[in-house]
Design a protein around this ligand. Sequence first.
Ligand code: AMP
Ligand code: MG
Length: 420
Amino acid sequence: MTRDLWRGSIGCHTLPEMLTFQEARGKVIEQVGKRKGPRTTTVVSVWDALGLVLAQEVRTDREYPPFDRSTRDGYAVRSSEAAPGAHLKCVGEIKAGDTVREALTAGTCLQIMTGAAVPANADAVVMIEQTSHEGDFVRFERPAQPGQNIVPRGSEAASAQTILTRGMRLGYAELALAAQVGAVHLECAQRPRVAILSTGDEVVLIDKTPGPFQIRNSNSVSLAAQVRIAGGEPVVLGNAADRIEDLGEKIERGLREDALVLSGGVSMGKYDLVESVLKAMGAEFFFDAVAIRPGKPAVFGMCQGKPVFGLPGNPVSTMVTFELFVAPAIDLLSGADARALPLVEARLAEATKEKPGLTHFLPARVEWHGTVPEVKALRWQGSGDIAALTKANCFLLVPADKEKMEIGESVSVLLRKDVV
Ligand code: AMP
Ligand code: MG
């Protein structure tokens, strides 16, 4: 078996020439989504659940807020009595947490703090800034509206209402809501285990001194980080030599996990064997080229029931193609929907000129000086230039049909989620 033989049957006959990145991403979502079965779950403390996907519903333990709650420091009043120029006798105070038993009597007001319960018969809270004190009396300066500065009991949620649902990703707000209702342990989907296998005869361990023409395995490090950010559990398998037997053995090992991500070995070179080895192991491919730069030779298939990604080995290509194609698969394998790409619109601050035909993802910096974000591509030496990427907080998208883009044009940028 040679790679060229397989490339013929994969690249030319059964697959369309080249997909756009949106189409390729759509294939991943379609294929991995089809296999979205029940996930293994695990019960996790709310302190440790950040980034996990919820596998249960969470309901309120009571109404929220549980009482009519003041949103200001001020005075609880009957709004009809607190007209401009009116004086009301202040007969006490209510702090947050105080038990409020007594109703407000006519002609009086009660000093009240933010978060405290509004007494019965009071229908408004007047901010302290809009009043003045005269002995035991409070003078009001503006008309009070019924309901002002009060969040009514039960207005945020009813009792036993579902407030978090299966498939939701737990960020800090979701965790706070779980904590608010006393859900201190949460049933979550287990993080999908994503095998990472780099390939290449030139690749050495990161703690070794490379020979003059060797390189350290930085891709395994960036991929592990990207898997973590995407919500997966990286399983780093090391590096496979550009030999069919070594690749076969290590791919076999990788297929024991929920998904397999390879770097390198998917271009047109004589030693780019990944696709042919996968094919021999029964893979079905959905794309093996995408109309993007960097990242054109990216491969996606299903092999023995597992999603497999062959990402090109140049570090920036590996990073970009991971974000475009692997991240949504990890979402789906976690029991969540695929998150949209973090694309935003910006104003181009410097003209660009790129070869048409491919969508370019150029390392760039977006800055928010005025009301409209401004973006500028950074100088770089191509897809091997990791140093350039460390100065970037996004990728500037140059559409395939655009050779030139002028200053002031409205453009799309793909944010780097880890630094923005
Ligand atoms: P390939 O896609 O296998 O043709 O690899 C393209 C280039 O990417 C190689 O020549 C290396 O310079 C670089 N590369 C490949 N694998 C790695 C890796 N694991 N870590 C860092 N760079 C890599
Ligand atoms: Mg290689």
